[in-house]
Ligand binder design. Structure first.
Ligand code: NAP
Length: 258
């Protein structure tokens, strides 16, 4: 029997890469996005490759929209996997310069959106006694960036992942997160093109000296969803080409041998 997977933010970037990979593993993928055209494009790519998927418009920050998404998913009969990829990035800012409306929008999509979807679909999975949720955190949820709304929203997602793991684990549902480093998605490309980010600095900081590809995040997500990760819950896995691991190493003030 095919598994039913829901990917929010599946119309672009990490969500699209994840939807496409899930569709190659005997999944019907429900691709949900506020960008209807993006979701439809993901579905047409999946179908062109012989996979099974459907697109739906959803705003994860809106409780009514998430309730409508529940009805759409209920028509599929059940849900085995939820991947919360819907999210928005932020440009660097001082705390005092951060526009409060933008601050709230970032929290509403990134944190509240993840919370609402987990709150809606976690108990449905728990009813069946099986399921897996993967949230998208960030290296910015672990370390200090000039992102006064984005970084704390991602740190909160890491903590929410643990809370949900404790809550849903006894009912058979695993909840994990990935914490991507810089990933060359449409969202990041737009910032690079606008002169907001410098790719050479991003590459330089990473232990493996390159920027992560969306497919590489999708691979980690698929692992966490799979039976191979059956003993893993409450974890946040950095997928960052060694950015976090290299922080202290790169700040060493003495001479290096290489
Ligand atoms: P992306 O290419 O922009 O994809 C995100 C998708 O989510 C877009 O289609 C976006 O639509 C959609 N979306 C935005 N608000 C939504 C809402 N309220 N409801 C439903 N869908 C919504 O971005 P990405 O880089 O793949 O980011 C995916 C996740 O990874 C985010 O949580 C991001 O914070 C995280 N992440 C990214 C990076 C990176 O370097 N790219 C690093 C660490 C973490 P619109 O295009 O219309 O906004």
């Amino acid at each position: 029997m095919k598994k039913i997977s829901l990917v929010t933010g599946g119309g672009s970037g990490i969500g699209r890469a994840t939807s496409i990979k899930l569709s190659t593993r005997e999944n019907h993928v429900i691709v949900a996005d506020i960008d209807e055209e993006g979701a439809a494009e993901t579905v047409s790519r999946i179908k062109a490759a012989g996979g099974d998927a459907s697109a739906t418009k959803a705003d994860v920050s809106d409780e009514l929209s998430v309730a409508a998404l529940m009805q759409t998913v209920a028509k599929a009969g059940r849900i085995d996997t939820l991947v919360n990829c819907a999210g928005i990035l932020q440009n660097g800012s001082r705390v005092e310069d951060m526009d409060l409306a933008e601050h709230d929008r970032i929290w509403n999509v990134n944190y509240r959106g993840t919370y609402l979807c987990c709150r809606a679909f976690g108990p449905v999975m728990a009813e069946y006694g099986v399921g897996s949720i993967v949230n998208i955190g960030s290296i910015a949820g672990f370390e200090m960036f000039p992102l006064p709304a984005y970084s704390p929203s991602k740190a909160a997602i890491h903590q929410l992942t643990k809370v949900l793991a404790g809550d849903l684990g006894p009912r058979g549902v695993r909840v994990n997160a990935v914490a991507p480093g810089f990933v060359m998605t449409e969202a990041l490309k737009a910032r690079v093109e606008a002169g907001e980010r410098d790719t050479s600095v991003m590459e330089e900081q990473k232990t493996l000296r390159r920027i992560v590809e969306p497919d590489e995040i999708a691979d980690a997500i698929l692992f966490l969803c799979s039976n191979a990760a059956r003993a893993i819950t409450g974890a946040t896995l950095p997928v960052d080409n060694g950015w976090l691991a290299g922080l202290a190493y790169n700040s060493y003030a003495g001479n290096k041998k290489n």
